[in-house]
Design a protein around this ligand. Structure first.
Ligand code: GLC
Length: 734
């Protein structure tokens, strides 16, 4: 299934692509087999306890051309010195490629990616990626291991914080926005980075949400749900791909011919570099598909892996594998060409030190402009889950605030994967409230209880209640610790850790008529059923980043009207997991029979808060859907119009979502699928006509033969403010 897709790295023209190939082929022809293999070897940079470079153990390999790339490498001084070792001491002086995990910020930390997804604001997401690239590139980094595009339907998995949630379409759009922001429009520009889409593939589907666990699914589901965001990133010009730790259908992703050769190279025509995840080649032995380092290397390199992150197996075994004929030297040449091509595209052969500029590093990091952008995105990423009795927004008349909870006075609000972010830069919630209320306000603080998993000490609650009695408003700051939603941080119990729920119970009971606003800081959808019963107002703030406290205060006091919409379903009970909005109807959907139906005896099917859900301080009214006709041809586009009105008395932003159902098809189709959305800001009383177009491409899907088809028949369009509400019309494709 060859295609003429443009998935060339950086989306360069064929001419530019070929010109760089010719440039690197000249160099390739001069390289020994050892030097070629050296380019395929990536090692971690290291630092001593003071953070100073401590690369003695890798400098010798760098000087002898045994290292092609160093990751965890940043800082002008750090990278410049390592680069000098490579350029001035190795035989051919081939520059190193410096990589780092710049996922949602380098020094200015933006909201975690799952929070950014909740903004549904592509321009904001692109801007955040642009800023993190500017800061990383100013510090000597060439390449970031982002975007992470793993669709995830299981909040037990800690890395849901790093992706864009459960929906393929939203994740695909965000992947594109992040690649645009990271790579900019000129790979040679020194304020851009090369991107690396990860983790290829289906890492978000680990069984039981348990980290690094088995992944097994139909090829139909793989290609329909998990792969499209990768193709989206590559179609946007993403320069590289990282393989995943997990197996997929009994083969590790790091030696998977279907993924790495058939789909990536032959169908998608991707010619960029593939790097493994950390020691993933070595882990082929643990998986049980390689008896030793040599077999592990052979299987990975012959499956089309180009660079080995940290296992050291390529450098130790590829020469013998080539000499014994188990690996063709042509395969080595192909891998090295891709690696050198990337270095050439970044301009590193012209000037290996071009990214290591002290002045730029001193000027670019943590600027007021960057902080302002982070604060803006953090506020628009927050989701108002509940606001009974209009507890929120709080007002300036609230002058004595009781701030209660383990997240109220901590800088640990920048989330995991926070790059070179420094907790000391974080605006805590306590500071944010003080900044907002000014000097004469009083903020009383008590932790009340811990958010550490398993620490159920309730002895601090009484002190908290004493403050509640004195206050004219209460802010409850609850959630997870940054380390508890991350890589290697799966949780079977996705409730509030520690004794936080007991703290909430007691505070809410003690508060009486005093308004209580609950703010959640967490990296995954939590199970909040009891809290939802008790708390009148709940704001999902995720981990908002460096400007956390200011952004939360902006929302709590109404300076920003919350507009976030959930990118992942929040379960009623972990027993519902995996839970996702675009599910199939089943043959016995709930409701058809009191007993014999697809349901539980003890909990509902529906989530507590559905995908796409989020309230506002204003209200929006959706008018009826109108179309010019109810019958169209296969190649026709259906135009759907509606009137959206801000029926409240404050300005607000609404994410109007369009879901499509293909009611009868040759394979089962989801009850609804997000196909489009518009993020609209309306003044009080403003009525806006909203127009959507349901295109043939939106109506296509994979049939049982894995062909992308559109079939005639009945369709339903639903347009609303979340996946479970809205106005609906039917139309027929003939
Ligand atoms: C980690 C992660 C991957 C990251 C890499 C380098 O284990 O799985 O996302 O880019 O190692 O830090």
């Amino acid at each position: 299934m060859l295609s003429n897709r443009n998935t060339r790295p950086f989306g360069v023209s064929p001419e530019r692509y070929q010109a760089l190939c010719q440039q690197v082929d000249t160099l390739l022809a001069q390289m020994t087999l050892e030097e070629k293999i050296g380019q395929m070897n990536q090692v971690a940079g290291s630092r001593d306890t003071t953070g100073a470079p401590a690369n003695t153990e890798i400098e010798a390999d760098v000087r002898t051309g045994r290292v092609g790339s160093v990751f965890n490498a940043f800082g002008v001084e750090f990278t410049r010195e390592l680069q000098r070792q490579a350029v001035e001491h190795s035989r051919l002086g081939i520059p190193l490629l410096f990589g780092y995990d710049i996922i949602h910020g380098f020094r200015t930390i933006f909201p975690i990616p799952l929070a950014q997804a909740a903004s549904w604001h592509m321009e904001g997401i692109e801007r955040a990626a642009r800023i993190m690239a500017v800061e990383g590139a100013a510090s000597g980094v060439h390449w970031t291991f982002a975007p992470m595009v793993d669709v995830a339907r299981d909040p037990r998995w800690g890395r849901v914080m790093e992706g864009a949630g459960e929906d393929t379409h939203l994740t695909s759009l965000i992947a594109r926005a992040q690649v645009r922001g990271i790579q900019g429009s000129d790979p040679g520009a020194t304020d851009t980075l090369a991107a690396c889409v990860k983790h290829y593939a289906a890492y978000g589907a680990v069984e039981a949400g348990r980290e690094y666990n088995t992944v097994d699914m139909s090829e139909w589901r793989l290609r329909s749900i998990y792969l499209p965001p990768f193709l989206a990133a590559l179609s946007e010009g993403c320069a590289s791909v990282m393989t995943a730790f997990n197996t997929l259908n009994a083969l590790p992703a790091t030696c998977h011919p279907l993924l790495l050769d058939q789909i990536l190279r032959r169908e998608w025509c991707f010619e960029g570099m593939v790097v493994t995840d950390y020691t993933a080649i070595m882990e082929l032995e643990q998986h049980g598909v390689a008896a030793d380092a040599s077999e592990a290397s052979r299987r990975a390199v012959n499956a089309s892996v180009d660079m080995d992150m940290q296992s050291g197996y390529f450098i130790d075994t590829l020469k013998a594998l080539v000499q014994s004929g188990q690996v063709e030297e042509a395969r080595i040449d192909e891998a090295v060409r891709r690696i050198l091509w990337l270095k050439a595209a970044l301009g590193l052969f012209e000037d290996p030190y071009r990214y290591a500029d002290e002045a730029r590093e001193a000027q670019c990091l943590l600027t007021l402009e960057h902080r302002r952008a982070a604060r803006e995105q953090a506020a628009e990423s927050m989701v108002l889950l509940k606001n009974d009795g209009h507890v929120l927004p709080l007002g300036d008349h609230h002058r004595k605030i009781a701030l209660i909870g383990p997240l109220g006075n901590t800088p640990r609000l920048i989330g995991s994967w926070h790059g070179n972010g420094d907790h000391d830069d974080t605006v805590t919630l306590r500071e944010g409230l003080a900044n907002r209320l000014g000097e004469d306000a009083v903020i009383l603080y008590a932790e009340g209880a811990s958010n550490q998993i398993g620490e159920n000490d309730t002895s601090g609650i009484e002190e908290a209640l004493e403050l509640v009695r004195q206050a004219d408003a209460v802010v409850l700051a609850l959630g997870e610790d940054e380390a508890d939603a991350d890589e290697a941080a799966s949780r079977a119990d996705t409730g509030l850790p520690g004794a936080q729920l007991e703290l909430a119970r007691r505070v809410l009971a003690e508060a009486g008529d005093t308004p209580v606003a609950t703010v959640l800081f967490n990296g995954r959808p939590l199970t909040l059923t009891e809290l939802d019963d008790l708390a009148p107002a709940i704001v999902e703030a995720w981990w908002p980043g460096t400007e956390a406290g200011n952004a939360v205060a902006d929302v709590l006091f109404g300076d920003v009207n919350p507009s976030g919409k959930l990118p992942m379903s929040f379960p009623v009970n972990a027993g519902q997991i995996p839970i996702y909005y675009n599910a199939f109807n089943t043959g016995r959907p709930k409701g058809v029979d009191p007993k014999y139906a697809s349901q539980y005896l003890d909990i509902p099917n529906a989530p507590l808060y559905p995908f796409g859900f989020g309230l506002s301080y204003t209200t929006f009214e959706y008018g009826e859907l109108e179309t010019a006709c109810s019958e169209i041809g296969l190649d026709d586009t259906l135009e759907v119009r509606l009137a959206l009105t801000n029926t409240g008395d404050v300005e607000g932003t609404e994410v109007v979502q369009l879901y499509l159902q293909d009611v009868h098809a040759s394979v089962v189709r989801p009850l609804r699928e997000l196909k489009d959305f518009q993020r609209l800001r309306l003044s009080p009383g403003e009525c806006r006509e909203v127009v959507f177009h349901v295109t043939p491409e939106m109506r296509r899907f994979l049939n049982a033969e894995l062909e992308r088809v559109q079939e005639p028949g009945l369709f339903r369009v639903k347009i609303g403010s979340c996946s479970e509400s809205g106005e609906e019309i039917e139309f027929r494709v003939v």
